[in-house]
Write a protein that binds this ligand. Structure first.
Ligand code: HMG
Ligand code: MG
Length: 297
């Protein structure tokens, strides 16, 4: 098999937004430089959100401005509204990620508006992005379960995904926000989405609270999904989904893909070093099984 799988590294955003240690600009630059060095080509750098809501992401535009930017790496910033979009574009950002959910309660807690209101805000962002030639990625949280409402219907998820694609997102990442889903549930969501949206426009974003993330990646691969978000060392969680742990670790995702014969463009040894460095800085052990095994062998 010689199939390419795109890894979107979200550790500097999804990971660090939920870490109690707030890293300095230099520490974040070091992390991102190490990720670039490991061969990752799609890196979410931070968020242009209210610092009152997510203090860990304050300074994301300064961070973006100071990055060394190889031309073959896509760096992006998360933006909930036009204010965030304008802040991102002002520092030269050429790709933003907009984010909403398939659950009304989660969306309200996360971005303080209804799903419909969030989509209206995104229409504004999209109009500017089209004029500016900026790429827009979409996120839909709660693809299976919501921390406040429980199970979410796959049809509701597929609806929001289709809306984001229709308004011009080049890809939509489905967030398994609280890491409770099992592969059968995830398959049902892809099945519903695939009725309306081309598979190559879909991405999987699996949190690993119950250790199901890699199983969910495997199920998604079998349904044709070829883009996955992951977080170095399994950092992070979501501040508005209490108890949710980090994303699938990039090292674990890479292990699965590499052993199954998929191409990723990632250098395993450099990836392991990137994970080791950030965990040493944070002063705790990695949540990646592949990294723990690598350093023990
Ligand atoms: P709001 O309070 O409704 O907004 O928050 P507002 O328009 O009334 O403004 C309130 C204050 O925020 C004002 O400042 C604005 O200027 C400021 P004040 O006058 O009080 O000093 N403000 C901003 N500041 C910086 N950047 C902005 C911005 N917009 C307004 N863009 C808002 C609405 C969306 C801003 C707020 O709810 C927010 O920032 N939420 C952030 C939520 C967040 O970052 N969540 C984590 C990321 S999502 C996630 O992790 C899920 C995902 O990983 C997928 C998955 O796993 O499911 C993507
Ligand atoms: Mg997430």
């Amino acid at each position: 098999m010689n199939d390419f799988v795109k890894i979107v590294e979200v550790g500097a955003r999804d990971g660090l937004q939920n870490e109690s240690v707030v890293l300095s600009l230099d520490d974040k630059l070091t992390l991102i430089n190490n990720l670039v060095d490991a061969g990752l080509k799609d890196i979410e750098v931070g968020s242009c959100v209210s610092p009152k809501w997510v203090p860990q992401m304050a300074g994301s535009t300064e961070l973006f401005a100071q990055l060394t930017k190889p031309t073959d790496v896509n760096f992006s910033l998360l933006t909930p509204n036009l204010k965030g979009y304008q802040a991102a574009v002002a520092v030269g950002c050429r790709e933003v990620a907009i984010f909403t959910g398939a659950s009304e309660s989660f969306t309200q807690k996360n971005i303080n508006c209804t799903i419909a209101e969030s989509l209206a805000r995104f229409d504004d962002i999209m109009a500017h992005a089209k004029a500016d030639g900026v790429k827009v990625r979409g996120y839909v949280s709660c693809m299976v379960d919501c921390p406040y409402e429980g199970a979410i219907s796959p049809v509701a998820v597929a609806d929001v995904v289709a809306r984001l694609i229709d308004m011009g997102c080049y890809e939509v990442s489905l967030g398994e926000t609280i890491g409770t889903a099992t592969p059968d549930k995830v398959e049902a969501v892809w099945h519903e989405c695939q009725k309306r949206t081309d598979t190559h426009l879909l991405a999987g974003h699996f949190h690993n609270t119950y250790g199901m993330a890699i199983a969910n990646v495997y199920a998604s691969l079998n349904m044709g999904i070829r883009t996955f978000d992951s977080s170095i060392a399994g950092l992070g969680g979501c501040p508005y989904a209490k108890g949710a742990s980090g994303n699938v670790a990039t090292e674990d995702l890479h292990y699965l893909l590499d052993k199954m014969g998929y191409q990723t463009g990632v250098d395993k040894d450099k990836l392991m070093h990137a994970g080791k460095a950030i965990m040493e800085r944070l002063g705790r052990t990695s949540r990646s099984n592949a990294a723990i095994a690598y350093w023990q062998s």
